[in-house]
Design a protein around this ligand. Structure first.
Ligand code: ADP
Length: 456
């Protein structure tokens, strides 16, 4: 059983509120009349006896005292019941006090019923959570471990003695500590190497709730991790294996294309074959680059990249690529900060953004390429006045092979992997991609880097 399979609708606590009495179920005046009637009867009897015995006033006073005494007796019975016998049925009383006692009793019964249901619900919820294979841990506002289910002992290695100890003293992984202290930076939780079982991986998700309390969910994702690794290895191996045959084919095609004694029809065919092998080559290279980025191969991510010279180099390449398109290209270097990162990867990401802007802007457009910074971030931006992108495409643009217009992308020689590469490169440099676009007016792609990546 996992957390998603629990039907929390069954634990609807709203149903457990004691119901209020409808406002018109209090015919208190009827009980008042009953009390007055009793008083009147006592007075009449007293008056008769008084008249017969020639002691009218003393008899009336005695009758009144008797009536008040009866009321006091009823008060005492109520007090006695509340104080000493609240579990038993209330005394039978009539009049206003009887009605008040009845309402009190009814309310007490409803409260009791709601409490029993609440206890049952909590017990049921606890039993279900205990049956989960996912670890569930409650952390109190002082960040101490408060409660956990049995699975937490297996997944996170918690022991009974850990209760009320600080969570960060028990889960000592520095990555977890960073995650716990910066929850907003990790909207999807964090994947960690298991400290309980070697070669295993766990996914942790902490959700704040209530009064600065936290719910920690953790589950074993070793199986998923292995499948993901298999996929990455498969793509990397296939791309690698395709490289050699492609090089051979394109070599022969080039040779054949240069032959003079080949008919014009075959020349055209060779040219097309060359074009397609170039596309396949680009695809294989992009796939290999993505695999390398995904496997987080150890490239030095702390080189100081001199931004002015990198941007000038990229600008020169862009000018050359732009010769077929005739756009006006502008370069703006507005910050003297440099960037810490892998020059090769950053250059490849920026160049993807620039070539896209050139490709997806109708001839004669204007493109601004720039580097700026403020107190918190560094920004590399490419702004075009091209075709623009509809808002609903934007969240999916960095998916592999996601294209807004497949035909246009293929015609322009795109592999559909460019923005996926950009996203990975930025993620590995503590950055992210911001995309603003208006259909028919143009698009701005902005690579945003954290201050920690900037050097003066
Ligand atoms: P491709 O190789 O197809 O260009 P990308 O991953 O680089 O693949 O881009 C994904 C899609 O995003 C493209 O197919 C294109 O539809 C859209 N796109 C990228 N850049 C721009 C841009 N500057 N203007 C309009 N659309 C763009």
């Amino acid at each position: 059983m996992n957390l998603k399979s629990l039907n929390f609708k069954r634990f609807n606590l709203k149903n457990l509120q004691p119901q209020r009495l409808p406002p018109n179920t209090l015919p208190i005046w009827r009980d008042l009349v009953k009390d007055l009637r009793l008083c009147l009867v006592l007075l009449i009897i007293a008056a008769v006896i008084g008249l017969l015995s020639h002691a009218l006033w003393p008899c009336l006073v005695i009758a009144l005292v008797l009536f008040i005494g009866l009321q006091f007796r009823a008060f005492y019975q109520i007090y006695y019941w509340i104080r000493f016998q609240p579990e038993q049925n209330p005394p039978e009383l009539s009049g206003v006090l009887g009605e008040i006692l009845y309402l009190l009793y009814r309310y007490q019964r409803q409260e009791k019923q709601a409490k029993t249901e609440l206890i049952n619900t909590i017990a049921r919820a606890q039993t279900s959570i205990s049956a989960l294979q996912d670890a569930v841990v409650l952390i109190d506002s002082k960040q101490h471990l408060e409660w956990w289910n049995p699975a937490a002992e297996q997944v996170l290695g918690l022991k009974a003695v850990d209760v009320q100890r600080p969570v960060l003293n028990i889960i000592r992984d520095p990555e977890f500590a960073h995650y716990f202290e910066n929850l907003h930076d990790y909207p999807n939780g964090i994947k960690l190497d298991s400290w309980v079982k070697p070669q295993h991986f766990i996914q942790c998700e902490v959700t704040p709730f209530g009064d600065h309390e936290f719910l920690l969910l953790a589950y074993d994702i070793t199986h998923l991790h292995r499948l993901e690794q298999m996929r990455k290895d498969f793509v990397a191996n296939v791309s690698h294996e395709l490289r050699t045959p492609l090089t051979v084919i394109s070599g022969y095609l080039e040779m054949l294309g240069e032959q003079q004694d080949v008919s014009a029809r075959w020349q055209r065919a060779f040219k097309q074959m060359q074009q397609q092998t170039r596309r396949m080559n680009a695809l294989v290279n992009d796939l290999l680059l993505l695999s390398r980025l995904e496997n987080e191969e150890l490239t030095n991510k702390d080189q100081v990249i001199h931004m002015a010279s990198l941007l000038n180099e990229l600008f020169d390449d862009a000018q050359a690529y732009n010769s077929d398109y005739g756009h006006t290209l502008n370069l703006h270097i507005e910050s003297h900060c440099n960037l810490l990162g892998s020059k090769l990867e950053i250059a490849s990401a920026f160049s993807n953004l620039i070539t896209n802007a050139i490709k997806y802007t109708p001839k004669g457009g204007v493109i601004h390429i720039g580097w700026s910074s403020d107190q918190e971030h560094g920004y590399f931006y490419v702004e075009d006045n091209g075709i623009g992108i509809e808002a609903y495409h934007i969240p999916r643009l960095t998916e592999r092979f996601y294209r807004v217009d497949s035909a246009r992308s293929r015609d322009s020689g795109g592999t559909g992997l460019g923005l996926a590469i950009v996203k990975h490169v930025l993620a590995q440099h503590e950055g992210y991609l911001d995309i603003q676009s208006k259909i028919g007016q143009g698009t701005t792609f902005k690579a945003v880097f954290a201050q920690s990546r900037l050097v003066e």
